[in-house]
Design a protein around this ligand. Sequence first.
Ligand SMILES: C[S@@+](CC[C@H](N)C(=O)[O-])C[C@H]1O[C@@H](n2cnc3c(N)ncnc32)[C@H](O)[C@@H]1O
Length: 240
Amino acid sequence: MAEEHVHAAAAYAALAETYAADHEDQTPWNSLYERPAIISMLPDLKGKRLLDVGCGSAPISAWAASQGAEVVGFDLTENMVALAQGRQIPKASFRVADLSEPLHFLEDHAFDVAVGSLVMHYLRDWVAPLRELRRVLRPDGLLLLSTHHPSWDIERSATGNYFATELVDDRWTRAGKEYEVRYWRRPLRDMFAAFDTAGFSVLAFSEPQPVPECRERFPQEWELLSTRPVFVIFKLAPAT
Ligand SMILES: C[S@@+](CC[C@H](N)C(=O)[O-])C[C@H]1O[C@@H](n2cnc3c(N)ncnc32)[C@H](O)[C@@H]1O
């Protein structure tokens, strides 16, 4: 496993319980901003097979299963996978796997939809993992990816160079504890180039807004999230 992946797994091993509990409690960043936005870009999932890429504690899988999908999820972090399995989501299975490695456990064209919610920024190289996701998707399938917006992460950049692809050292405070989290920042043009090289067409590109409930419950975060692009979402299809 590459050094940055060891770091992501270690960071999320420490964060797992808090991160999962935050999700249940409705956080401004996830359940009132990123998740409703990515869900709003998904097709009808009844009877579909969905791959939850970097599933964490499986909030996307739980939602997809509630809509009638059959789900397979994987994540680098064992504790996250254990939390996902512990939810006992019907017609869902979860395992530990690394998106930066070939996904040998998945067959070609096995999924109608793949969702990678806030996972791509843990990877330095996007092209090989995207090619794997293209392989496991049906030719008429869809891939939804959300990631950090590069203009948000530039505030923590060591170089201040928007066009650089660089590792960002961040610190998150959760439940009064500080966690060191490291991820990759790259310009939007490199994201689009990686999609193209890996054989995906971009169907939609979203700089989402938080849902109205965020304003009532978390006015400070709403102010930030409704005036700055923090996350970005892509809807992709295998190019023909
Ligand atoms: C911000 S969390 C998002 C989790 C989940 N998608 C959600 O929406 O709650 C990022 C997840 O990506 C996982 N991750 C990081 N690097 C990964 C990799 N190389 N392969 C698979 N999962 C990875 C982490 O373990 C963590 O669970």
